[in-house]
Design a protein around this ligand. Structure first.
Ligand SMILES: CC(C)(COP(=O)(O)OP(=O)(O)OC[C@H]1O[C@@H](n2cnc3c(N)ncnc32)[C@H](O)[C@@H]1OP(=O)(O)O)[C@@H](O)C(=O)NCCC(=O)NCCS
Length: 184
């Protein structure tokens, strides 16, 4: 199976919505509540959108996977650090477990390195992300709050020492928050 990874374009938007919906079907979210396909669209409509890091995976001309990265801040007590977040990533249910997700993550990591990002943060399944070299964010005292005890928040240095001296609470870009400032 040949998998092509490339930047998303306007022509892909409808297919991407279907891919994300299919991937997250098990979570049974509706169009009317917060969901990952709306998140992708909110990001795309915002100033935080990075087209170079919004990728699709195509098989035989059909979009079957999608990944997005957005700027993220790590707010320490005396300094704020720029990083990057990986979310959401989706593979159509009919194409899962065939290496497409891994290719999207690896492609994104390579592009992020070329663009000069020093680190990457992701919230996700430990086994999956550790296979790319991610380590618990808590190892650097990076967390969702100052307890730094999240078991699902992972960090990856994109350059050697990319997280040296970095610690603090992550702040996603605005599309991730509702009007009350809650992470959605
Ligand atoms: C998670 C996801 C992106 C992985 O992509 P994929 O193409 O199916 O997976 P790959 O073929 O690249 O990798 C397969 C490996 O991932 C593991 N895996 C697949 N889905 C997983 C999940 N939700 N959690 C943990 N591990 C998962 C498989 O067990 C397999 O492990 P192995 O390599 O040790 O055998 C895809 O399954 C998906 O869209 N899932 C639903 C949406 C989701 O949970 N997105 C991530 C949160 S933003």
């Amino acid at each position: 199976m040949e998998i092509l990874v490339r930047k998303e374009t306007k022509e892909d938007y409808n297919s991407i919505r279907e891919v994300i919906k299919s991937a997250f079907k098990a979570i049974e979210k509706t169009d009317n509540e917060f969901n990952e396909w709306t998140l992708a669209e909110r990001i795309r409509d915002s100033e935080y959108y990075i087209n170079d890091l919004s990728l699709v995976a195509e098989v035989d001309g059909t979009v079957v996977g999608h990944i997005m990265f957005t700027p993220l801040k790590i707010k320490g007590s005396t300094a704020c650090y720029e990083s990057l977040d990986l979310a959401p990533v989706s593979v159509h249910e009919d194409f899962q477990n065939q290496g497409i997700g891994k290719l999207l993550v690896r492609s994104g990591i390579e592009i992020a390195k070329r663009l000069g990002y020093k680190s990457l943060i992701v919230m996700g399944h430990p086994k999956y992300y550790q296979s790319f070299g991610f380590e618990l964010a808590s190892n650097w005292k990076i967390g969702l709050d100052t307890n730094f005890n999240s078991k699902y928040l992972f960090a990856l240095e994109l350059v050697e020492g990319g997280l040296d001296g970095v610690s603090g609470v992550v702040e996603y870009c605005p599309p991730f928050y509702n009007e009350n400032g809650e992470l959605i």
